[in-house]
Every structure is written in structure tokens, then in C-alpha cells.
Design a protein around this ligand. Structure first.
Ligand code: ADE
Length: 234
């Protein structure tokens, strides 16, 4: 049975989803709320994790292990690293890395720990599907590398370091931990972000201004994808 998890990190990132799907049942678990939805005969669970890698790992694990979700889509906002990306643009992660994971003192590359890997790859079928949906709906998508860390980046030097070290196109605070968790548990996942800022000195102002509108752009695309996934499943 298909059971789709849709995750965000902040309330603003899932609000448009709850508005779209309307009826839901709320379960409180591990200091979080999980919104269970029945849509066209398919089960969907929506949740926001709260910001950061630890919270997003907990929510991802819960969605999979407790709620039995077997596909996970993440919707939210990101800071642009690639200068071609502008406010509201959509970025699909092909692979993700943790930019703040550093045991380089032992000669390891940034983002690497033994028995892990610097990059976690997202599900290629979901990426293909997103391209079809984008084409059909007239959305423009950029596929690229997303760098994740427990840090709101608002500094050009740090941003340039992340760009150079990971060839990153965008950065945020949850994607790579969701990716590690889904890959470890064998669940296909898809990470979509819409740009809210440029991770520079104006980032916090830009983030506050564009969080809602960019989160809605991302959520609207995720809705189209979910509809397509359900149609394909029937
Ligand atoms: N999410 C959106 N913008 C961000 C930034 N500049 N740093 C980290 N996460 C973000």
C-alpha cells in the first residue's frame, strides 16, 4: 500500500498542504503533530519537524517507522548558493551533503564520516516524475546539490566555502539528514526547495519577507506531484 509522507521544517512550509488536503486527523507524538489524511483512497501523513538536522531526523524516522510511510516528499525554502537562482525559484536535490560535518582533522573530506558518504542521492524516479510534472504544469525546476547544516547562513564567505567545497546550488537545514535517514531505511525520497534568500548579509530580512510566498510555491508543486503519484499508482 502506498503511504506518502510530506514533510516541512516550519509551520509555514506545511500550511498550504493542510489547506489543500483539508480534512485530517491529528496525532501527537514525540513532541510533534502528525496530520493523517485520506486522499483519493491513498494515505498521506503531513508533518513539520521544527528546524535542524536532529529534529528532521526524528520526524523522518517517525513518519517511516511509526506511521509506515513508504515514500517521502519534503517541501520548503532554501538560501541560494548558485547565483542563477532567484527568489521563488524551485530547486530539486539530486544529492545532498552536510556542510557542517567536519572530521577533517583526521584527513577525511568535509561532510564525511566513516561508513557514511559525503553525498546522499535522492530517488531518481521521483526526480524524473518531477520533471514530467514541471513540463506539464509549466513550472521551471533546477536540479542541483543541496547543502545542509545546523546554521542559518547569512555570510558570503561561508556561502562561498559551501559552494566550492560541495558544488552546492542551495543550502538549508534539514535535507541531508532526511536523506541519510530515508536511504538508511530504504525509503525513496524527494527534496524540493524554493528560494527565500541568497544566504548573504540580507538573508534574514529576505527570509522573513519571502518565507510564506516561497513555501507556497514549493508546496503547490508538491501537491501536483502527489496527485501524479496517486494517479500513477491506480
Ligand atoms: N533556509 C532558507 N534560507 C536559509 C539560509 N540562508 N541558511 C540556512 N537555511 C536556510
Amino acid at each position: 500500500m502506498l503511504k506518502i509522507a510530506i514533510m516541512g521544517a516550519m509551520p509555514e512550509e506545511i500550511e498550504p498542504l493542510l489547506e489543500y488536503f483539508k480534512g485530517y486527523r491529528v496525532t501527537n507524538y514525540a513532541k510533534n503533530k502528525y496530520y493523517e489524511i485520506e486522499h483519493k483512497g491513498c494515505s498521506i501523513v503531513v508533518a513539520y519537524s521544527k528546524i535542524g538536522k536532529v529534529n528532521s531526523t526524528l520526524t523522518t524516522t517517525t513518519l517511516i517507522e511509526r506511521f509506515g510511510c513508504n515514500k517521502l516528499l519534503f517541501s520548503g525554502v532554501a538560501g541560494a548558493v548558485n547565483s542563477e537562482l532567484k527568489i521563488g525559484d524551485l530547486v530539486v536535490a539530486s544529492k545532498l551533503a552536510q556542510h557542517d560535518l567536519d572530521i577533517s582533522a583526521f584527513g577525511h573530506p568535509y561532510g564525511y564520516v566513516p561508513e557514511g558518504s559525503v553525498f546522499e542521492e535522492a530517488d531518481s524516479e521521483l526526480i524524473e516524475l518531477s520533471k514530467e510534472v514541471a513540463k506539464e504544469k509549466g513550472f521551471e525546476l533546477k536540479e542541483g546539490v543541496i547543502a545542509t547544516g545546523d546554521q542559518f547562513v547569512c555570510d558570503v564567505v561561508r556561502k562561498e566555502w559551501i559552494a566550492k567545497t560541495f558544488k552546492a546550488d542551495a543550502l538549508e537545514m534539514e535535507g541531508a539528514s532526511v536523506a541519510v535517514t530515508c536511504n538508511a531505511l530504504g525509503v525513496p525520497f524527494f527534496i524540493l526547495r524554493s528560494i527565500s534568500d541568497a544566504a548573504d548579509m540580507d538573508a534574514s530580512f529576505s527570509f522573513d519577507e519571502f518565507l510564506k510566498s516561497s513555501a507556497k510555491i514549493s508546496a503547490d508543486f508538491i501537491v501536483s506531484m502527489v496527485e501524479r503519484i496517486i494517479d500513477n499508482f491506480k
